[in-house]
Design a protein around this ligand. Sequence first.
Ligand SMILES: [Zn+2]
Length: 397
Amino acid sequence: MKLWRGGRVATLAGDAGWGLIDDGALLVDDHGLLRWVGPSAEAPPADEVVDLQGALVTPGLVDCHTHLVYGGNRANEFEQRLHGASYADIAKAGGGIKSTVAATRGASEADLLAGARTRARALMAEGVTTLEVKSGYGLDADTEARMLRVARQLGSLGLDVKTTYLAAHAMPPEFSDADTYVAAVCAWLPGLHAAGLVDAVDAFCEHIAFSPAQVSRVFDAARALGLPVKLHAEQLSDQGGAELAARYRALSCDHLEFLGPDGVRAMAQAGTVAVLLPGAFYALRETQLPPVTALREAGVPIAIATDHNPGSSPTLSPLLMLNMACVLFRLTPEEALRGLTVHGARALGLRDRGQLVPGQRADFCLWDGGHPRELAACFGHNPLKARVFKGRIQGGA
Ligand SMILES: [Zn+2]
């Protein structure tokens, strides 16, 4: 048993509030689980004691939506958008996701791993302890498998990685008919699942991607294997994707700028998490805001994530997402931090992390600061002192 004492602990216990303990302590067992959390003065005895030296302590960050594994980059499209092209224009002209597919197919597993490791380390340097990574730049059986294998290997860096199969992301050039491609997407899934490479299944439901009817075929294939689903929904238009996903009791619907009242209701009833992605909203200079007030009033848990990808959200800063969620989407700093911790975990179907309470994993961050709202108020600055993963300190301090 190890006791970490003398920190300002934001437990995020319960459904609301920071759960602040001014001079707080955490007792961690040999399995990397929290056994006790409370005031230092009341702490139980331990074999080893670590002085937190007044550090601010929060749960480790959960980045629940990334496309971290890919070849190439798309800075050229950043320039094109500045010259007036829209994300949809670029996609229709063969850019966007398709250009990353070409670069990813041409990259070796070692090259993909090297790039992804660098990016994962950048996320970890800002406190990420759990990371979701999607496939979806292969769009063929071999490359999708390669992406998922690379994602799994990131776990050796000292963070927990969840992998999501997103072959229904875009149409590959060798297919002309979307229904035929969707049948292939469904046919590849059992083999990848049998290889232990898939934790969840995702799709892109949009007029530039796949229709609700096509997405439902992918979801049926997931359901047949007992895999949970997620959906890129209502990013550019209201396709009724959230309602469809809710019918499959999706873990999350992500983006949601064009989500309507029926979608909000369906998500609330299904317990589906709304994952908001302010980095993509910002980079694409979107003006349609996700319906935060309606989500809040309906009691839909709100998560936020980096959506790291080479085109529409090339950020590696979860802390910047905290700030953008507040400034752009009007989340409170507490909602934003819950979005990157406990609700991010829920968007991955994980109930064992995201709050600093007994029984949860001892994944936490030590920050230089006096109050957790400072993490959201500040931007372009990283106050992380150290990251603790499964009870073990990693880097910094
Ligand atoms: Zn995405």
